[in-house]
Design a protein around this ligand. Sequence first.
Ligand SMILES: *Cc1c(COP(=O)(O)O)cnc(C)c1O
Length: 499
Amino acid sequence: MLYESTRGKYLSITSAEAIKAGIAPDGGLFVPATRPGIDLEKLHKMTSMNYNERAFVVLQHFLTDYSDDEIKDCINNAYNMDKFDSPEIAPVKELSQGIYTLELWHGPTCAFKDMALQILPHLLTRAASKTGEKSEIVILVATSGDTGKAALEGFKDVPGTRIVVFYPQEGVSEIQKLQMITQEGKNVNVIAVDGNFDDTQTGVKEIFGDQGINRELQTNGYRFSSANSINWGRLVPQIVYYFSAYFDLLSQGKIERGEAINFVVPTGNFGNILAGYYARAMGLPIHKLVCAANENNVLTEFIRTGIYDRNRAFKRTISPSMDILISSNLERLLYEITEHNAEAVNEWMETLKEKGWYEVEPGIRDAIDNIFWSEYATDRETMQTIKDTFNQHNYLMDTHTAVGKNVYDKYVLATQDKTKTVIVSTASPFKFNASVARAVLKEEEIAGKSEFELLDVLAQASGIAIPEGLKNLDQKPLLHTDTVPKEEMPGAVKEGLGL
Ligand SMILES: *Cc1c(COP(=O)(O)O)cnc(C)c1O
């Protein structure tokens, strides 16, 4: 299978080349040039497979230039009990009859980004050797909190790679920040940016497109790549867990063969839910993909009206990993929905850049409406959902997952759709414990306690153990304490590489 750019000005390339490059040179994102399908026979064999075997079936479809052994090696290096604290890797839990959660946070950093970022370094280093790359790969990351730590954990001390992570000074939780600034590893740099996530992401995109700095890196034996969800190597491992959840339900007799189900996805950059779209396009029986947003509800508005408008105040919410006004991966959906109309995609993206908004035609809006449904949750609603879910189902949710649950409830109310549904759970409740504790505990139980003391309180109240990756964070040395204004991000990269 070959890959092409959503902006249409770049030749088709192999998956190894697409993964190595991250973003296409014409500013677009790489997508499969042809639609991948899985035939039904092959599909249903997945019922009796474990996570890694299912991953092999899915990845084999997309990474046709990797050998079977290469794919298996990548999978087994990523998804194992050294890295994940659940043998199922991505377990499905029953919340109530016909409603399930898919827990994507059993990896080292306790959020769903691990699902892709544990395997990406392996896909990427193999991509480099397969394409005869001599330069050292420099991973440049803009993070709203979870990607940064997950990328650092994935890439630390991986030979032939360096990693530079930028995070917004305003907008990551205390625990997320500590996870990053205490990061060990000889090849890592972590830098705060004086701004929000969109500033940070724009800064990183500008560095990727900056000819000068790219040339300078090249002469010094480096080349940039991306671990952000714009990299195809981030997206493709995410397709796996949609299959895995479906076949877990099937093997447990919760659904019938061929029965369609819904997925509800807490969404920010549109990477997770887009993987669900590809799973559906491949033939997995998915009825609706419910896009759950927080108060930064550009996507909800887009799915409902066909107008994407980022001209609005950026809001900081209690689900910070979804505080995003420019959802990069939407570009891939537009390309797919328009049957690969690069010209149209170019026009929308240019208009977005110039005016901050664009509108798609009614036909395209309808095509999106056919597959997706969207609503958003306020912080107050999110808190109430955490509390209600804990009280009614004895299930503790993080703030992002609770946005999903809240939006799902609204979906059922609006549509009366009784289709069995999987709510994608994107973070451990311990990762955003301050909000979770406030939602489920009494004021006197939490008053005056630090986020770290709250971990213990929450563990006691819920009877769940504190995940390994979040223990003793407050006792680790702070190794990365620099903050730079947005304009100085290129300089900070060079400094980090010793140029
Ligand atoms: C990144 C993240 C999201 C949003 O995922 P996208 O792929 O950017 O849409 C949701 N929840 C958590 C906990 C995350 O880390």
